[in-house]
Design a protein. Structure first.
Length: 208
């Protein structure tokens, strides 16, 4: 079984090609010695579908999945543009959509919100969380934003120099003394009544 059927990966533009269109239809013509790609309507998100054979075509379900993701990640307006013309945040949303389009049971996210503004950060993570619950997905994400990590994760693993130093629920892992010990930062950790944990960096007394 192909690994891509089991794991969807969204990294930092690991597949990024500036001349690639955001949305395209690709048809392989087997008659030629060298395969040629043609664009034909209707448009579809440029993605790798592990369920489509070499000379196969995307199904109606494939197109429905892509159309849903294009709308939910606000990519419709960019459908006819080349990736090289998009901002970092816009390209990152395409990367997330590509991973979700695989419909794999395991989703690996590497800094999924690194280039997104606050609104798109929330929108993207809310979509991932909803799909996780609806499809019973396993989502593993590497994140530097500790507040977002705590907000959207069931369990956290805090890494320092490649070694796990704390694990568990956000309330147990995200503690000011732990962050100070391993990262040398001064931060105030606020525990809200609803269980939300907010990490707020603080200036040291000598910097005032």
């Amino acid at each position: 079984m192909k690994l891509s059927r089991l794991v969807g990966f969204a990294g930092l533009f690991y597949w990024y090609q500036p001349s690639s269109p955001v949305v395209t239809t690709r048809v392989k013509t087997p008659r030629r010695k060298r395969p040629r790609w043609r664009r034909q309507p209707p448009p579809r998100l440029r993605l790798f579908r592990p369920y489509v054979s070499t000379f196969g075509r995307e199904s109606a379900h494939d197109r429905e999945v892509v159309a849903h993701l294009v709308d939910n990640l606000s990519l419709r307006i960019h459908a006819r543009r080349m990736l090289g013309t998009l901002s970092g945040g816009e390209r990152q949303r395409v990367v997330i959509a590509r991973a979700l389009a695989q419909e794999a049971p395991v989703l690996l996210l590497d800094e999924p919100t690194s280039a997104l503004d606050l609104g798109h950060q929330q929108h993207a993570l809310e979509l991932v969380d909803r799909l996780r619950r609806e499809r019973n997905l396993i989502v593993v994400s590497a994140m530097h934003d500790l507040t977002l990590a705590g907000l959207y994760s069931d369990r956290l693993l805090l890494l320092h120099q490649g070694v796990g130093v704390a694990r568990g629920a956000a309330q147990d892992v995200l503690r000011s003394e732990t962050l100070a010990e391993f990262y040398g930062v001064s931060a105030r950790v606020i525990h809200e009544a609803d269980g939300t944990v907010v990490v707020v960096p603080q200036r040291s007394a000598g910097d005032h």
